[in-house]
Design a protein around this ligand. Structure first.
Ligand code: NDP
Length: 454
């Protein structure tokens, strides 16, 4: 019998290679565009041609804070690389040494019935990080008069604005780190007896490097994928936002409504993910996808440096929205959060214990696979109603930046594409898991995102 052809996603090896090369460039371009407040399409189109002696996009880049060695900024890159390393190791330390709950993940897909155990303490790590950066950052200060001057060590708030001042260079240093880490993970995946991800084991180097070969790379009990999904990138995103707020405060003497709200909305989003850390153990990223460049770069570089674009934009281009406009956007965000948290919480509670009082009244469909699919409550409205809530929240973050530029709306555009693509991937996987039951379920819940619309 001939082996069935491998089913490629993301445009196969060429699409994967293009993603590996273009996503880092796009990340750096977005950092630059957020600082100048617009995308200069004419410049992008003529980039590289040097028509009319115009500076190319890359040389413009080098002029900005993003460094190039020939601009004498190599020291800045080295400093940022060290900061990124210290940040990563600091988070590893918190994961290792803070008290934790030991929680079993979903059964592994090798049909052995085995489950991996995870150290769940991300929520505590978040608060510990904020506390230490608020009160325990070491500063050396000079005290005393000229003749009797002494330098003493004191502890206080970290200089958050440094992150704003070095934003693009930090992004570049992080991107370089993700290339090293993904290469290590790819090479490590050829070790003996490791469980490989079904989707990342095609035999094509470019494709497998991107998708990730090994399902759960670990050093002892340290799980690289679960750690990177939630900690350095997600908490780093929150710190970058705080640095934007600090910078705006330093410049204006106050923080604008948009800046406060973007910090609040995205801060709640990060807090929620860490507070619900256990819920990630049953998501596609953990149970199905390998840990390759896609997740490594996505978690560590893409999330913090492109999700913080709204706050970055607001430092230089705040639209000074009126209180009614801010109140309306607050309403949009709350509606999105209600749907997002309501739907994810309902499914999580149902998967843990369908007889618990909060979900026992809901209707469901029993499948031949043994699991039940909810057909009422949030999940009776649309099959991916949780994605809809997530996207609405994201849209409200962009709206805080007004309507002058498309740059802050990058998130809503990109996230719509990601969620549509992700829903198609999940639909395929569910078809394989549930067979004809999935079609019956789709007849019962016909809409994907918006009830009555799509
Ligand atoms: P889901 O939480 O939608 O999980 C999909 C799985 O849930 C399916 O494979 C199926 O697995 C189960 N399921 C589907 N329908 C039902 C039903 N009716 N009843 C019970 N179980 C059902 O997907 P994700 O893991 O992709 O997303 C989780 C959250 O993370 C979402 O809110 C998403 O928006 C967010 N997210 C955010 C990202 C970001 O960058 N900000 C990126 C990706 C996701 P089974 O039946 O095997 O249990």
């Amino acid at each position: 019998m001939t082996k069935p052809a491998f089913k490629y996603e993301f445009g196969g090896p060429i699409g994967a290679a293009a993603n590996v090369l273009l996503l880092p460039v796009l990340t750096l371009c977005l950092c630059y565009w957020a600082s100048i407040g617009r995308v200069d399409f004419e410049q992008v189109l003529t980039d590289g041609t040097c028509q009319d002696n115009r500076l190319s996009l890359l040389s413009k880049f080098a002029e900005s804070e993003v460094l190039c060695p020939s601009c004498g900024n190599i020291e800045r890159l080295i400093t940022c690389a060290l900061v990124i390393m210290c940040w990563f190791l600091f988070q590893v330390g918190l994961e290792r040494f803070l008290p934790c709950q030991l929680v079993d993940g979903a059964p592994l897909p090798d049909h052995s019935g085995r489950r991996l155990t995870y150290r769940i303490n991300g929520h505590l790590a978040l608060w510990m990080t904020l506390l230490l950066l608020d009160v325990a950052w070491p500063h050396w200060i000079d005290i005393g008069s000229n003749e009797d001057q002494k330098t003493v060590l004191v502890f206080g708030r970290a200089p958050f604005t440094w992150l704003y001042d070095n934003y693009s260079t930090l992004a570049l240093a992080t991107i370089i780190w993700t290339f090293f880490l993904s290469t290590y993970l790819y090479l490590k995946s050829f070790g003996k007896g490791l469980l490989l991800a079904a989707g990342g084991n095609s035999g094509s180097t470019a494709y497998d490097f991107f998708l990730g070969r090994e399902l759960n790379p670990r050093w002892g009990s340290f799980d690289w994928k679960e750690f990177c999904e939630l900690r350095p990138g997600l908490i780093g995103w929150m710190l970058l936002n705080i640095s934007m707020l600090a910078k705006q405060y330093e410049r204006l003497g106050y923080a604008t409504g948009s800046m406060i709200l973007v910090n609040l909305f995205q801060g709640v989003y990060v807090w929620d993910a860490l507070y619900q850390e256990k819920a990630i153990l049953t998501t596609m990223d953990i149970t199905t996808d390998g840990f390759g460049f896609m997740l490594c770069f996505g978690d560590l570089a893409w999330v913090p440096f492109t999700y913080s674009l709204q706050a970055r934009y607001l430092v230089d281009h705040d639209p000074h929205l009126s209180p009614p406009a801010l109140a309306a956007i607050l309403g949009v965000n709350c509606a999105g959060y209600l749907i997002f948290r309501g739907a994810n919480g309902q499914k999580d509670a149902f998967r843990r214990d369908p007889t618990s009082p909060e979900v026992s009244h809901l209707q469901f469909m029993q499948t031949k696979r043994g699991t039940k699919l909810l057909t009422s409550g949030w999940w009776g409205l649309a099959r991916k109603i949780n994605y809809t809530g997530d996207w609405i929240m994201g849209l409200s973050w962009c709206m805080l930046c007004g309507f002058e530029s498309v740059v802050p709306y990058f998130y809503a555009i990109y996230f719509a594409i990601l969620l549509v693509h992700r829903s198609i991937r999940d639909d395929h996987m569910c078809k394989e898991k549930y067979g004809e039951d999935w079609e019956k379920y789709k007849d019962l819940v016909p809409y994907r995102f918006f009830p009555g619309v799509i």
